[in-house]
Design a protein around this ligand. Structure first.
Ligand SMILES: Cc1ncc(COP(=O)(O)O)c(C=O)c1O
Length: 397
């Protein structure tokens, strides 16, 4: 495959395992793992299978400790406050199940949250008689101030917890979590941030953000193999969070210095190789100046978003700038059947791109990763033009 150059930057196409025949515009959902990281993953699995007992009880544990330290350094937190989990759903279930919500308590969030998270909150709130309050964010977002005002409109004296995405899923927006977390602290709320899309995408400093609880995925923008994510909990909150799976780490025979690690790291036999690739992911990003790579992707995102806006007379759902957009862009559309539209994009045009939904709004959300060229988006625009002509979609002007 040709290794293309844009803006003086290599685009690393040859580093990925992706199918050449697919116009891959959905890095956001599950990431994609570069070959050298995937090879490291397989090497670790081989090591595990060659001596499972030694690996699971000894070598692997040391590698896990090293991986946790590397991750902590990357996301700027204390290594004893972060633990690997398979995915953000796991992390959030762990936390919410243990949360002592009382009848009538409220959890304040936005109406832009990820469906799996809404479901998890609804499930536990129903059990506890608490209320999950989704503040309606007006679209298009005009600026940070109006967003924040919309958000706090859902606050009442019964609000006990704040939950918010750092980068939203269907709408692909970077939300002003720093301001929201700071205000929530002034109001004495427990702050929980869903940063699934954040690590490797925009810079993350957990110490500075100072949220009580934060979850992030390593298998999206950090490019780890699937099943590598983390849960970060500030020290003062660790004691009330029970393990989601009770196993040897609970009432441990050999407790470590941290109950938090014992509880959440030891949950039965499993393949934790994906966690162990995290140091390699970080080294890969450092070696290839990933901050600059990501910067060019963000630049291309804004450029393509502007082209789309002009070509299809779209009203974007936020200002088209780096305050709100990283490497994702959600195009607001009308369609009678999102599933049929998605299958046309994939099967007829060979474009892997999600058709996402947020309440009544439907979007086509593209990602920009280093291997994407402008031609990928020209193909998308051509396909959208054909589908519009056929009446299968329309744009929200
Ligand atoms: C905002 C957000 N939260 C959480 C998740 C992770 O969900 P899961 O636990 O299914 O990996 C995603 C996945 O895309 C997401 O976009």
């Amino acid at each position: 495959m040709l290794c293309l150059i844009f803006g003086g930057m290599k685009n690393f196409q040859d580093h990925f395992l992706l199918d050449d025949n697919v116009n891959f515009l959905n890095f956001g959902s599950f990431g994609a793992c570069p070959k050298e990281i995937f090879e490291e993953y397989q090497q670790i699995q081989l090591q595990l299978e060659r001596e499972p007992v030694k690996f699971i009880t000894d070598t692997g544990m040391k590698l896990l400790e090293n991986a946790r330290r590397n991750l902590a350094n990357y996301v700027a937190c204390d290594p004893d406050d972060v633990v690997f989990v398979t995915n953000p759903s796991y992390a959030m279930n762990t936390v919410i199940r243990s949360l002592q919500l009382k009848e009538g308590d409220e959890v304040l969030t936005t109406n832009l949250e990820y469906g799996a998270m809404d479901r998890t909150w609804n499930y536990y709130c129903r059990q506890k008689g608490a209320k999950y309050v989704r503040s309606k964010i007006s679209l298009p977002i005009i600026d940070k101030e109006t967003f924040i005002a919309d958000f706090w409109r859902g606050y009442t004296e019964r609000t006990k917890v704040l939950f918010v995405s750092h980068i939203t899923s269907a709408t692909g927006l970077i939300l002003p979590v720093e301001e929201i977390v700071a205000e929530a602290k002034r109001r004495g709320l427990l702050t929980i941030v869903d940063g699934a899309h954040v690590p490797g995408h925009i810079s993350l400093d957990l110490n500075q953000l100072d949220a009580d609880i934060y979850t992030g995925a390593c298998h999206k923008w950090m490019m780890a193999p699937k099943g590598a994510s983390f849960l970060h909990v500030k020290r003062e909150h660790q004691k009330w969070i029970d393990p989601l799976v009770i196993s040897w780490g609970y009432q441990s025979d050999f407790p470590s210095h941290s109950q938090f690690l014992d509880y959440h790291q030891t949950n039965g036999t499993r393949d934790f190789s994906a966690f162990l690739t995290v140091p390699k992911c970080i080294a890969f990003m450092e070696e290839h100046n990933w901050t600059d790579v990501s910067k060019s992707c963000k630049k291309m995102n804004l450029q393509v978003a502007d082209e789309l806006r002009t070509k299809f007379n779209i009203t974007p759902i936020s200002p088209v700038n780096e305050e709100w957009l990283g490497q994702l862009f959600s195009i607001p559309i009308h369609t009678s059947d999102p599933q049929v539209l998605y299958s046309h994009l994939v099967n007829e045009f060979g474009i892997q791109i999600p058709v996402t939904r947020n309440e009544d709004h439907i979007f086509i959300r593209y990602s920009v990763q280093t291997f994407n060229t402008h031609q990928n988006y020209e193909m998308l625009m051509d396909a959208l033009m054909v589908l519009q002509r056929r009446g299968q979609l329309d744009f929200m002007g």
